[in-house]
Ligand binder design. Structure first.
Ligand SMILES: CCCCC/C=C/CC(=O)SCCNC(=O)CCNC(=O)[C@H](O)C(C)(C)COP(=O)(O)OP(=O)(O)OC[C@H]1O[C@@H](n2cnc3c(N)ncnc32)[C@H](O)[C@@H]1OP(=O)(O)O
Length: 365
């Protein structure tokens, strides 16, 4: 008999609750919301409490998740809860972690950012494919750390890429949702400080910085490309900065680099109106260096990068310094301004509405 056809007993339900306490890895906010909703439905039936205020992020998200279950019978909710907890066992957690192939020197850190050094190339890989490589707060910190280490290691160039079908879906939107109403302002301030430090690490990076865009790229991973020295893209990559849709504003110095790269009209289409570009369009507008067919992308790009990494390292650094140094002061000022503006945006009703929409879309089971 399949698990879904079975009926979980009170004992199964109790066991699942205990099993949950033993989890070694945080299952993430979305799963926690689903668990919360199923638990409430299984024990109390359909949602029976008043809708919390929009600013009460956490309770509103919980309420939405529970309310979305409608009139699901208590027994079904109980079974779904047991099934969900069982799917979170350590074996299913670890199966989503994919290690990079042929990594000679794997450096320590979480599994969400994997740093390897080989053939004169330090590779920093987004490795959270089940979440489309969305960037959590701790991943921002790890990347800052990885860039600092790469700036003084033996490699000639540093490369960012993504594991799985996405390059990255940008900022993890749940970074802002697991916050109590009275700490929203402090969270926005801390995020602004972290973002500024994060972007500064790219502005100041002394070696050639290359992006190997293996799939769609969204938000901050797109805006940062203006600070990269070369961007190679698979023809299945897309470039999307939906800031207005999210009630937010550009970051990563794109408000300055994009108009310089592609002209103000094309930059406005991307940064204000959120137009998504294909790899070919991004290349035509100067954001991407070269586009490769998906079938040969990895082979062609890495072969080329290995050749580049054999060039004299001091010469590479000095040439980059000449190209970029005049801009550095301006870029730091732009970064500071963008972070200040974003801090205000994160507290705006438009942004809160957009985050709630994302959360309620996810909590529909
Ligand atoms: C220190 C703070 C600094 C802040 C800097 C600010 C930066 C601004 C930005 O980066 S704005 C860009 C933010 N990103 C987005 O708006 C993308 C949101 N995600 C999506 O629109 C979609 O998920 C998608 C188009 C990327 C992919 O859609 P698809 O239908 O193919 O896949 P799923 O939606 O089912 O995604 C699979 C799971 O991954 C979760 N996920 C994907 N992206 C994000 C994200 N950015 N944040 C959080 N979670 C994300 C998605 O929710 C699914 O999870 P689930 O399986 O648990 O439901």
């Amino acid at each position: 008999m399949s698990r879904t056809a079975m009926r979980a007993s009170e004992k199964d339900f109790e066991n699942a609750r205990n099993q949950l306490k033993l989890l070694t890895k945080d299952p993430g906010n979305e799963v926690k919301l689903k668990l919360y909703a199923l638990y409430k439905q299984a024990t109390e039936g359909p949602c029976n409490t008043p809708k919390p205020s929009m600013l009460d992020f956490i309770n509103k998200a919980k309420w939405d998740a529970w309310n979305a279950l409608g009139s699901l019978p208590k027994e079904t909710a109980r079974q779904n809860y047991v099934d969900l907890v069982s799917s979170l066992s350590p074996s299913s957690e670890s199966s989503s972690q994919v290690k990079p192939a042929a990594a000679n020197e794997k450096q320590p850190g979480s599994e969400n950012i994997i740093v390897t050094s080989q053939d004169g190339i330090t590779k920093i890989m987004f490795n959270r494919p089940s979440k489309k490589n969305a960037i959590t707060t701790s991943m921002y910190k790890e990347i800052i750390h990885a860039l600092k280490a790469a700036s003084t290691d033996n490699s000639a160039i540093t490369v960012f890429t993504g594991n799985g079908d996405y390059y990255s879906s940008g900022n993890d939107l749940t970074n802002f949702t697991d916050v109590s109403p009275n700490s929203i302002e402090e969270t926005a301030k801390n995020a602004s400080i972290l973002l500024r430090e994060f972007v500064d690490a790219f502005i100041d990076f002394p070696k050639p910085l290359v992006a190997v865009i293996n799939g769609p790229a969204v938000g901050i991973v797109v805006t940062l490309l203006g600070l990269f020295d070369a961007v190679y893209a698979s023809d299945k990559a897309t470039f999307h900065t939906p800031f207005s849709e999210l009630g937010q504003s550009p970051e990563g110095c794109a408000s300055y680099t994009f108009p310089k790269i592609m002209g103000p009209a094309k930059a406005a289409e991307m940064l204000i109106f959120g137009k998504k570009l294909t790899a070919g369009e991004a290349c035509a507008q100067g954001l991407v260096t070269e586009v490769f067919p998906e079938s040969t992308f990895q082979k062609e790009v890495w072969t080329r990068l290995k050749t580049y990494a054999k060039l004299p390292t001091n010469s590479l650094r000095i040439s980059k310094e000449l190209i970029r140094s005049n801009e550095k002061e301006k870029l730091h000022a732009v970064n500071a301004e963008e972070c200040t503006v974003l801090q205000g945006r994160w507290l705006s009703e438009e942004c809160m509405n957009a985050l709630m929409n994302f959360m309620s879309r996810k909590s529909k089971l």
